[in-house]
Structures are given as structure tokens and as C-alpha cells.
Design a protein. Structure first.
Length: 220
């Protein structure tokens, strides 16, 4: 009489199978959180084409000691001075976006706070999503209410790229210089036409209160 196949080999493999299945659902171990330098200079390429815009180059100075960051914006293939726009953002949540060529100015107040602190991952409850490749780098990936994906180089902790939550805005870091400060300190001051009613924008008519997560490229 033919004997039925024994189940013992399968039963012996069952614990290993269950352990493998459980491990696949385990969240990745969170690495140490690398803070931003308190002062740095970064050049970024930002891609706004998914929402009808163009490629832009951001020349940004972040200065936690001063309590602000300053970004000079140039559109793709545009050259010369002055840059298309200058954006100055302060720790109190106020930001100025002005254009010296057209003498236009807009003033914003972020409803959810001002300048991100160097330890923003901890201060703003960033979630660790694991590791992934971005722009050719092996990266740790973080996410919070502002950043849908923030890519940080595993080897150095430097930012590589990120995408903002809720908007089609991608940024890719071209260069990153910790400790570099803006030598021309006068550039931090928004021009008089942002305050005296002579501008072509809306700064004199009122302050726009906006959600940081929907601010587009008016935030860092």
C-alpha cells in the first residue's frame, strides 16, 4: 500500500518561513539623525516642469546664527546680474520675495513657523523610510509634513535631493559648503520698495499667510 507523503519536512520549514515573512514587514532601523550645519552655502537645481514651470538654479545661504536664509534664483539658461529673484526668509516666519529688475516684492508669513532648525528631522518628527538611490548616491530617506522625500548621502550626511509634500517641486544639490557665509551682508535687507508702497507687488498691501507645505519655492 502506498504511504501518504509525510508532512514533517514542511513543518520543519514553517518556523523559518514565518520568521522571514515577519522580518519583511519590520520597519528599517533608524540611523543617527545628521543635523544641517548651522551655516552653509548650497547650489541646487530645482525642477518645476511637472507643474508648468521651468528648471531653476537656487544659490542658497543658510545661516542659523543670523536667523535666516537667503536664496538667489536664476532661471535655466538665464545669465548675468541681477538674479531673477531674491528670497529672504527669517526665523519668525516672515519671508520676502523681490525682483530688483521689476521692483516687485511680495511678503509672506508662514502659518506653521519660520526657518527650519539644523535638527529639523528631530524637531519636526521626521519619519525614516529606509535607503534608496538618488542622483547616483546611496541615501537615507526621510519624510515629514514638509518633505515628501528627503535624500541624505549615507557616507557624508549631506543633502542630495528632496521633493516637497503636495507640490511638484524637486530639488537636486549640485554643491554643498558647510560653514560658508554670505560675504555681502547688505543683501539680507529687503529693499525699501518692499515697505514704502512703491513696489509692483503686494508687500505694501498686506502680508500673505501661507501653509509652508504649499509654499512652492518660497521655502527651504
Amino acid at each position: 500500500m502506498r504511504q501518504p507523503p509525510t508532512m514533517w519536512p514542511l513543518l520543519l520549514l514553517l518556523p523559518a518561513f514565518l520568521a522571514t515573512a515577519a522580518a519583511s514587514g519590520t520597519p528599517p532601523a533608524t540611523p543617527p539623525m545628521t543635523p544641517w550645519p548651522e551655516q552653509y552655502h548650497a547650489v541646487l537645481a530645482t525642477n518645476l516642469t511637472a507643474r508648468g514651470g521651468r528648471l531653476e538654479v537656487f544659490d542658497t545661504y543658510y545661516d542659523w546664527h543670523r536667523g535666516g536664509d537667503l536664496t538667489r534664483v536664476r532661471e535655466q539658461l538665464a545669465g548675468g546680474d541681477p538674479p531673477a529673484q531674491i528670497i529672504v526668509q527669517w526665523a519668525n516666519g516672515t519671508a520676502y520675495q523681490f525682483d530688483a529688475g521689476s521692483r516687485s516684492c511680495r511678503t509672506f508669513q508662514f502659518a506653521t513657523g519660520g526657518l527650519l532648525p539644523p535638527d529639523w528631522k528631530k524637531a519636526h518628527g521626521a519619519a525614516y523610510l529606509g535607503r534608496a538611490r538618488a542622483d547616483g548616491f546611496d541615501c537615507h530617506v526621510w519624510s515629514n509634513r514638509l518633505f515628501a522625500r528627503y535624500y541624505e548621502d549615507v557616507a557624508t550626511g549631506r543633502p542630495v535631493a528632496w521633493k516637497f509634500t503636495g507640490i511638484d517641486d524637486e530639488r537636486h544639490v549640485l554643491s554643498f559648503e558647510p560653514g560658508r557665509v554670505l560675504e555681502d551682508s547688505s543683501m539680507w535687507q529687503a529693499p525699501a520698495y518692499c515697505f514704502d508702497g512703491s513696489n509692483g507687488g503686494d508687500a505694501a498691501g498686506g502680508v500673505e499667510v501661507i501653509d509652508r507645505a504649499a509654499a512652492g519655492h518660497i521655502c527651504w
